[in-house]
Every structure is written in structure tokens, then in C-alpha cells.
Design a protein around this ligand. Structure first.
Ligand code: ZN
Length: 295
């Protein structure tokens, strides 16, 4: 079994209301990424945020964050494209990545490809009502085909994100069309609390994905749980050979005394060690996912 890849999902669009350790600015993200690397993470996923926590999808912000992260540690970088907050054409969406990829120092190791579209409205179960219904996370197949081709040209590994089984089927179709290179790196999204767009964060929710993973192409799978904590599924994922994507971006862990991202990563690494599964260093993750060795 491959070593466990831990990806630190350090901020997403999380506020600091429930945990003030969420990093926002480039320097904060870089310090956090270094601490996560030291705790066992081999990939850092981040969103550009401004000093007030609002989404900041500017090229300069992403560039400065990647440079600051790489100055401090060899952790692999996986910036968001900000798609959920950017309603624009493919070329506009891809412009930042294109610029980042033109210089080796800022070329991302991964870029997310959410392999389908989904209603992403927030649901308040107490009311009960949807908050501002009408939010659709649109990722058309034509756009995804273009993205897969451009990422291959740029030598950036797509992090293939699935919000339900139909996304997995789309991944398999893309693989059949030779649009994706093996091994595939697939994120299985579980969601709870106010987001109900993914599978529920239960063993049944995870098993429903695993039953449909592509069988004809080597596939590394990882679990992301937005709005929940992975504790109940952790041993199952580690022992089944899956990988973990976790952090304050997805859950504040306020009941644990508001830990840092690094403390959350450390607890996953500790459990893997107890179960006898080594944690992947960045070089291991490069090998497992066959990333180009460019640094
Ligand atoms: Zn993200």
C-alpha cells in the first residue's frame, strides 16, 4: 500500500468566527503550509483571501503565496482557481494558471478539476430554508475538455474532484478519451451541515463512491469532508489505501480547542502511524502520482 498522502486544505472560504487560526494572506498561508509540512502534509491547497477574508483571485496574490510557500518547504502546491466565485469564460478562468505555469517557480503542482456541475446552495435545516437559492457550480464538459488539454500542456496534474457518482463517471469517460494521464488523483467530496451537494459523510456515503471508482486505470483516491470531521471514517480510509484532504477550510474543530491546521494534520499522521501506514513526504507523493520532477 502506498504511503498516506495528506493534503492540508488550509482555508477555503472559512471565516475566523469559530477558529481564528484560518490563514488568509500569502505570508500566513506560507507559515501554515510549512507547519503542515512538518506535521506530515505533502500538499497544501489554498484559496486567495484578502485581509478581511474575502476571496482574492488576483494573479499576484496566488503568485506571492506560491513563492512564499516554496521558499520555506518542499510541500506541493495546489491553488484554487476560484471557480465558485468567478462567473466567467474558460479563458478568463484559466488566465491566472497560464501565467503561473509560464515560470517554473510559480507553476502549481496541482489544479482542481471539478468534473461536473452541481447546485451549491446552502441549506439551513433549522429554518428550514435554502440561503439565496440559485447558486450553481457550473463546470461544462466543453470547458473541462479544454482544461484537461491545457493542464497537460502546462505539466500540471489535475486534482479530479467528484461531488457525486456522476462526476466519477465523467472522470472515467475522460480517461477513456485519453484526456487524463494515469494515475488519476480523485477527490471524493463528502458534505454536511449547510452544504448538501456531496455524498453524506458516512461509511455509506464513501462506499457509494468506492463502488464506482474507475477499474481500468490506476486511481489514487482521497477523501474531502466539507462541514464535518473525518474521525469516524479515518481508520477505514487509511486501511483501504485512500488518502486524506483535511483542514480548517472544511471544519473549524472548535470543540477541540480551535487547533491549527498543523495540529489537525498531526492528528491524522499520528493515527496513520498507529495503524502502521507511513505518511508520504512530498517526494513520495510525486512518485505515487507520477508528477514531473521539476524542482
Ligand atoms: Zn478549495
Amino acid at each position: 500500500m502506498d504511503p498516506l498522502i495528506i493534503e492540508a486544505r488550509v482555508n477555503e472560504y472559512a471565516t475566523r468566527n469559530r477558529n481564528r487560526n484560518v490563514p488568509w494572506l500569502p505570508g500566513e498561508i506560507a507559515s501554515d503550509a510549512t507547519a503542515c509540512f512538518e506535521a506530515g502534509a505533502s500538499i497544501v491547497h489554498f484559496h486567495g483571501r484578502d485581509a478581511g477574508g474575502l476571496p482574492d483571485n488576483r494573479f499576484e496574490t496566488c503568485r506571492d503565496t506560491i513563492l512564499a510557500v516554496r521558499e520555506q518547504s518542499p510541500i506541493l502546491v495546489h491553488p484554487s482557481l476560484g471557480y465558485l466565485t468567478v462567473a466567467s469564460s474558460f479563458e478568463e478562468r484559466f488566465a491566472n494558471t497560464q501565467r503561473l505555469a509560464s515560470v517554473p517557480a510559480t507553476r502549481p503542482d496541482f489544479v482542481p478539476m471539478d468534473m461536473g456541475s452541481v447546485n451549491a446552495d446552502l441549506f439551513d435545516a433549522r429554518t428550514p430554508a435554502f440561503r439565496s437559492p440559485g447558486t450553481v457550480y457550473v463546470n461544462g464538459t466543453d470547458m473541462l475538455i479544454a482544461l484537461s488539454q491545457r493542464l497537460r500542456q502546462a505539466e500540471i496534474k489535475p486534482s479530479l474532484v467528484a461531488w457525486n457518482v456522476s462526476f466519477i463517471r465523467q472522470i472515467e469517460a475522460f480517461s477513456t478519451m485519453s484526456l487524463l494521464d494515469a494515475p488519476l488523483f480523485v477527490s471524493l467530496v463528502l458534505t454536511d451541515k449547510i452544504l448538501i451537494a456531496g455524498h453524506p459523510g458516512t461509511a455509506a456515503g464513501l462506499d457509494a463512491y468506492l463502488a464506482f471508482l474507475p477499474k481500468n486505470v490506476p486511481t489514487a483516491w482521497a477523501v474531502t469532508y466539507i462541514g464535518g470531521r473525518l474521525d469516524a471514517l479515518l481508520d477505514k480510509i487509511i486501511l483501504a489505501g485512500g488518502h486524506i484532504q483535511v483542514g480548517l477550510g472544511d471544519y473549524p474543530y472548535s470543540e477541540d480547542g480551535c487547533p491549527t491546521n498543523a495540529a489537525v494534520v498531526a492528528s491524522i499522521a499520528r493515527r496513520a502511524s498507529e495503524l502502521g501506514r507511513p505518511v508520504a513526504a512530498p517526494a513520495d507523493t510525486r512518485e505515487i502520482l507520477q508528477l514531473p520532477n521539476r524542482r
